[in-house]
Design a protein around this ligand. Structure first.
Ligand code: MFK
Length: 558
């Protein structure tokens, strides 16, 4: 008798917009219905491509990493980088579909950012982290506009925000040097001025993402300036001359990374690269901060987008895979695991899109002072909270496939490897925890968060939601008490900063999820967001622990 081989059914994706209950329900709540109607065809089209043609292309292109060719056959240094087919497609499609431009065309006033990031969220998971250059492009356009350097705005912004693939530019953000990715004040690149006034940069940039960009914003120390971030200046660099040759920039090698392998991250030597000052000759870290705050929001959108992709695949697989006599989606423990993952995702989604909403209001100057302060605090909190959730969720997604999740040609391991970058670049979890403390010093302490929690809680009527809201109050109160007790004890304050920032992140996520859950009940008698909130709350909100810093030093250094 012939043995019938057993084959596992691969997961499949449908339209990633029409199947996305969470995104659709959120957009219904926050957008006027005419606006939603006017943008829905774009979202549906992207959802279709992302779940079908682009997803298939991504799987087929899995092994094609970018290739650096440093020399042509005749001995000329060219430093050409050939990117993958998905990246070539993504660059054109990103321009045509206005993944950056939508925020600047401003068709929908302070809701334009929500429109843009809904597009980015659908665009991201099948385009191999092409969101990275788009994030930096948006960050550069935003920074140049905010600073108001008209010469540079005239040179660059119409390209950065173009919908025409032939004139669309992307931007790099060169900050990291071998002295450190976090402690940017140690930057060793120097800036010297020629006799004719042209600035030239000399140094080595150690981790420059997407060197295929046309321009970059970067930091360098003008000769004679003092140490630290204050002694740095922010510069604008156009990478290539009119003939397309790199201008005194050489690409030493591409990084051999765990994930984001399609992103051609490079080590560069700048040997007199011409540059223009963006704003003054000092305070470079302060001046580049607006760019970081934009890319941190993109990072969070990438996190929720990848979480959603992992869940879509795991959910579909659970409908197809039979084990122990039943489909996986009929097995209580498997279903319980998926439900907890879904709850983490929904909480992360609402936290992220609250930051997006506030960013739009800030840019259109419809933001209140309290909301402005909230956005400053939220930016590091959202990035650090969602970055960690994305890694944990991607790991669970792989496990939900059993051994298949650990096998490269399923395309699944890439989800975990790509997610692992999210808590690292654009500020690690610890750097952002410290930025949360910095932000609190700039704002009214924790008051903006308290006001936001109160706003969410005030919207609740359903008794289950009201009961869950008590956890936000208790967790916030624990964070506040810890802060008061730790003030003046530098080591305790720094040592507990991550648990503090995480508590605020989870607390805000729960409150925003509760707010949405009330709306969903009122609107459609939809109790799924409530179930997500229950499960999210059960996973634990308050991370504050009384752990001594002295004991941490003893233990970690033993
Ligand atoms: C998928 C989507 C995402 C993709 C993007 C991918 C691109 C990948 C490329 C990269 O990874 S680029 C590198 C990213 N690098 C970082 O994010 C750096 C992480 N380190 C920090 O954020 C440090 O906190 C920092 C470098 C800012 C510390 O520098 P300093 O000079 O020691 O900081 P200091 O003295 O505290 O702050 C200097 C000024 O900046 C202060 O203002 P004042 O001069 O007025 O006092 C700060 O208030 C201000 N500042 C710092 N961070 C700020 C900020 N202002 C607003 N927002 C912030 N976040």
């Amino acid at each position: 008798m012939k043995i019938q081989p057993f084959n596992q059914p691969p997961p499949a994706l449908g339209n990633q917009y029409t199947q996305d209950r969470v995104l659709r329900s959120y957009l219904q709540r926050v957008l006027p219905s005419e606006m939603l109607e006017s943008i829905e065809s774009e979202l549906e089209e992207l959802g279709e491509l992302s779940g079908d043609e682009w997803y298939k292309m991504q799987l087929a292109d899995r092994l094609n990493d970018p290739v650096l060719t440093q020399w042509n056959p005749w001995g000329e240094r060219i430093d050409h980088i050939e990117v993958s087919d998905v990246w070539k497609m993504a660059e054109k499609e990103a321009a045509r579909r206005g993944i950056v431009a939508t925020a600047y065309e401003n068709k929908h006033g302070d809701l334009s950012r929500i429109h843009q990031f809904a597009l980015a969220y659908l665009f991201a998971p099948s385009t191999d982290i092409y969101l990275c250059p788009l994030a930096m492009t948006d960050g550069a356009a935003h920074t140049l506009q905010q600073i108001g350097n008209q010469e540079l705005i005239d040179i660059a912004v119409s390209h950065l925000t173009s919908r025409d693939p032939d004139s669309f530019w992307t931007s790099g953000q060169w900050m990291t040097e071998s002295t450190g990715g976090s402690d940017v004040g140690q930057t060793e690149t120097v800036a010297k001025q020629d006799e004719d006034g042209t600035w030239r940069l000399y140094g080595r940039k150690w981790f420059t993402s997407a060197v295929t960009a046309q321009m970059a914003l970067t930091l360098a120390r003008p000769v004679g300036n003092g140490p630290g971030g204050r002694g740095l200046a922010m510069f604008f660099v156009e990478l290539r001359d009119e003939d397309g040759n790199l201008q005194n920039i050489s690409v030493n090698r591409l990084k051999d990374k765990l994930g984001t392998r399609k992103v051609p991250t490079a080590e560069l030597t700048l040997d007199g690269a011409p540059a223009k000052l963006v704003l003054g000759t000092d305070n470079g870290t302060r001046h580049i901060a607006p760019m970081l705050n934009i890319t941190r929001v993109w990072n969070s959108v990438a996190a929720v987008s990848l979480m959603n992709r992992g869940l879509a695949l795991a959910r579909d697989f659970a409908k197809r895979r039979k084990a122990f006599g039943a489909m996986l989606n009929e097995k209580p423990l498997h279903v319980d695991t998926l439900a907890s993952m879904q709850a983490e995702f929904e909480a992360a989604f609402h936290l992220t899109f609250r930051a997006v909403q506030l960013l739009g209001k800030k840019e259109q100057e419809t933001i209140t002072d309290a909301e402005h302060q909230l956005l400053r605090l939220l930016t590091p909190i959202v990035k650090l909270t969602t970055g960690k959730q994305a890694v944990q969720l991607a790991s669970e997604v792989l496990e939900a496939f059993g051994g298949a999740g650990y096998v490269e040609d399923t395309g699944l391991p890439i989800l975990l490897r790509d997610s692992q970058v999210l808590p690292i670049w654009e500020g690690t979890t610890n750097v952002l925890s410290l930025d949360t403390l910095r932000a609190m010093r700039e704002t009214n302490g924790l008051e903006p968060i308290q006001v936001e929690l109160q706003r969410c809680c005030d919207s609740l009527q359903d008794p289950t939601l009201v009961a869950l809201a008590k956890t936000t109050v208790d967790s916030f109160s624990a964070a506040n008490t810890w802060l008061m007790e730790s003030m003046g004890q530098a080591s305790e304050l720094e040592g507990g900063a991550r648990r503090f920032a995480m508590t605020l992140g989870r607390c805000l996520s729960l409150a925003l999820l509760l707010e949405h859950a009330q709306w969903a009940i009122d609107q459609n008698d939809d109790r799924l967001p409530l179930y997500a909130a229950q499960r999210y709350e059960a996973a634990g909100i308050n991370q504050i622990r009384n752990l001594s810093s002295d004991a941490a030093f003893a233990l970690a250094n033993a």
